[in-house]
Design a protein around this ligand. Structure first.
Ligand code: MSP
Length: 655
């Protein structure tokens, strides 16, 4: 195993709010990267935690009649519990109130001071408590309001220590230029460069007007100052590795990537590297800034009551599905809109149709023709072209991941699935079997299994609960070894008996969920029915939407009859349609065009019984008249025709 290291971080979250999908997004991306790093043999350290000092948090605590420490303990635990609940694979959860962190920050302060980068002066300026940021008057809106959040700033004049940020302007610009991928996406790097080229003022890094923060190093004997929260907070990235206390994890430094939201890019791409330069520590490899999540087009805010609670979404739709959605839906760096419809579409289409169905098709085919056996040894003899195409797609993945193009990663990962689905449609195992080409049919199954195995490995970091289930059905475990064998060396999968597992992505019917948008607790309170649907709520939801109950007479307005398929053929050029003649006890058989080719071959239907809706208005499908409809049930597992349990005379009414 390689002994290279990967250090991955999230921002540390303020403890003045409960977690929402914006926080979950950053954490899920970081978790995905950490999981991939581990799987690919890198020694990985993944840090997350909470940012607990500052005036804003002191205020929030006082408002609730708590001490800042009590309040921080409470909210910090809600973040930690949520990440534990989500199975986030962090190696350390840091709190800025941890003793080791405080000592580390003090040591760093002293070192920067000894180096001549810190001096004492008087600060006059406008401070926004909410953003914990000073702004020059020129940046204020109407000379008073914060340019970031719009809240009123307060004019502050106090003694302060300053960090000589202005000394680092050229060094920072050199770094951005030498390392074009230091800030991702690259467009954000240009923004930062423009800002720094505009000139940097020295940074006030201590405050005297409140108390809730890390004290200055005792050596300075200046107890009225506490440190500026951003100095305190940014330092977590090294104190989390023991900087200033027990430094044995410091060989994980520099970070492979600091994941952040675009709103805190300036702190990470300007202040943090300057602090690191002052401390003689190497620069992080990447600072990656993602975009902002909105809700149905609007900015999420507590006051609007439209904050999306990640736990409720995960409970309603499945944690892995939620993870997949967040990473797939939005190009990294762009803003994204959270809508239930978009989430359901992704689950039903990408996960259910493309992935889940493929596994079901493989289970079905290997069960039907080979008693569940799958052999992969002859795949290359018949399907080398498909394999090459699949491998070419998979090779693109790793660079995409560390270039933060997570949506592209998933898009590219879906290409092999589409190759597999097309191969089944094109080579038709049922035809191969009928023609006695068993070896080819087995190789085709082997191809599908190989593709599913490879995809499950590369999907594991994104969907760590689901991918191992696919692998287990295919008789292997996801690990560094299987990743090396199947992804890096492209070794064959081997032979195994497939395990029949229940559908992984049962179809979600949007209509039933129309009134079930997951909401935060606050948002739910004043509204009527807003919870995710539990079985008992479904009836309720149906009524609400006007899916009204019908009387028995209305039911009998539909004429349902038993019939026998007397002739069946494929519709030329159609992937979905079969043309059937069905005897329903009338003079001539009914012609029915049915979209069932994906699940039934024409031959297999002849002489079987079906249930027909006999009084539908005739319709034309691909130019052919269709005079009825077959009853069928479809889920993520595939489609099944509904048939009488024992043979019935053609034309027998159903009801
Ligand atoms: N405490 C600071 C970070 C210090 S790191 C040294 C902070 N905390 S935060 O809780 O306000 O935000 C943490 C992260 O959540 C940020 O990366 C921010 O971009 C992200 N998000 C908060 N709301 C968001 C959305 N609506 N959408 C996407 N991410 C957003 O900033």
């Amino acid at each position: 195993m390689s002994c290279k290291k990967a250090y991955i971080t999230t921002p540390i979250y303020y403890v003045n709010d409960i977690a929402h999908i914006g926080h979950a997004y950053t954490t899920i991306i970081a978790d995905t990267l950490a999981r991939y790093s581990r799987m690919s043999g890198l020694e990985t350290f993944f840090l997350t935690g909470t940012d607990e000092h500052g005036q804003k948090i002191e205020h929030s605590a006082l408002e609730r009649g708590k001490t800042p420490q009590e309040y921080a303990d409470e909210i910090s635990a809600t973040f930690k519990n949520l990440w534990d609940d989500f199975g986030i694979s962090y190696d350390k959860f840091i709190r800025t109130t941890d003793e080791e962190h405080k000592i580390g920050v003090q040591k760093a302060f002293l070192k920067m001071k000894e180096r001549g980068d810190i001096y004492k002066d008087v600060y006059k300026g406008h401070y926004c408590i909410s953003c914990e940021t000073f702004f020059p008057k020129s940046q204020l809106v109407d000379d008073e309001f914060c340019p970031e959040c719009g809240r009123a700033t307060s004019l502050v004049e106090e003694e302060s220590y300053f960090f000589r940020l202005s000394n680092y302007q050229d060094k920072l610009l050199d770094w951005y230029n030498e390392r074009p991928d230091c800030i991702l996406p690259k467009s954000k790097r240009n923004e930062v460069i423009r800002f720094v080229e505009g000139g940097l003022d020295d940074l006030s890094i201590t405050r005297t007007s409140f108390d809730w923060g890390v004290k200055l190093p005792p050596e300075l004997n200046d107890p009225k100052h506490v440190m500026y929260v951003w100095l305190d907070a940014l330092m977590n990235y090294v104190t989390g590795l023991g900087y200033g206390t027990d430094e044995k994890l410091m060989d994980f430094w520099p970070a492979r990537v600091h994941l952040i939201g675009k709103d805190i890019l300036r702190f990470h791409a300007i202040y943090w590297p300057a602090f690191l330069m002052s401390l003689d520590l190497p620069m992080p490899k990447h600072i990656a800034a993602h975009g902002w999540w909105t809700r149905d087009g609007a900015k999420m805010s507590k006051s609007k009551g439209n904050v999306v609670n990640p736990k409720e979404v995960a409970d309603a739709y499945g944690l892995d599905n939620f993870r997949y959605f967040m990473l797939r839906e939005v190009p990294f760096g762009g803003d994204g809109d959270f809508s239930q419809k978009a989430l359901i579409d992704r689950i039903n289409s990408d996960l259910g149709n493309d992935l889940g169905n493929l596994l079901n098709r493989l289970i079905g085919m290997s069960g039907k023709y080979f008693e569940g056996r799958v052999e992969c040894s002859a795949v290359g003899d018949y399907y080398q072209e498909e394999l090459d195409e699949v491998n070419a797609s998979l090779e693109k993945l790793e660079p995409l991941l560390f270039d933060m193009q997570l949506h592209r990663y998933l898009e590219e990962l879906w290409r092999p699935l589409s190759i597999a689905n097309k191969a089944i449609d094109m080579y038709q195992p049922w035809t191969l079997m009928k023609e006695g080409r068993e070896k080819e049919a087995m190789a085709l199954n082997g191809l599908i299994a190989t593709i599913l195995a490879k995809v499950s490995i590369m999907l594991d970091p994104v969907m760590p609960q689901t991918a191992p289930k696919i692998a287990a059905a295919l008789g292997f475990e996801i690990s560094y070894e299987s990743w090396t064998r199947l992804i890096k060396e492209n070794a064959p999968l081997g032979a195994f008996v497939i395990e029949k597992i229940p559908p992984l992505f049962p179809r979600i019917e949007e209509a039933l969920l129309a009134h079930s948008e997951p909401e935060s607790k606050e948002a739910q309170a004043p509204k009527e029915e807003k919870k995710a649907p539990k079985a008992s709520q479904k009836e309720e939801s149906k009524k609400e939407e006007g899916v009204s109950l019908i009387g028995i007479d209305q039911f009998f307005q539909t004429s349902l009859k038993v019939g026998t398929v007397v002739k069946a053929e494929e519709v030329p050029k159609s992937k979905k349609l079969l043309l059937l003649q069905v005897d329903i006890g009338e003079e001539t058989p009914r012609q029915v065009v049915a979209g069932i080719k994906e699940w039934y071959s024409a031959e297999s239907l002849v002489d079987t019984q079906v249930c027909v809706v006999a009084n539908l208005k005739p319709a034309k499908l691909m130019g052919m008249k269709s005079e009825g409809m077959l009853l069928a049930a479809k889920d993520a597992d595939g489609l099944s025709l509904i048939r009488p349990e024992s043979p019935k005379a053609n034309g027998t009414p159903i009801g």
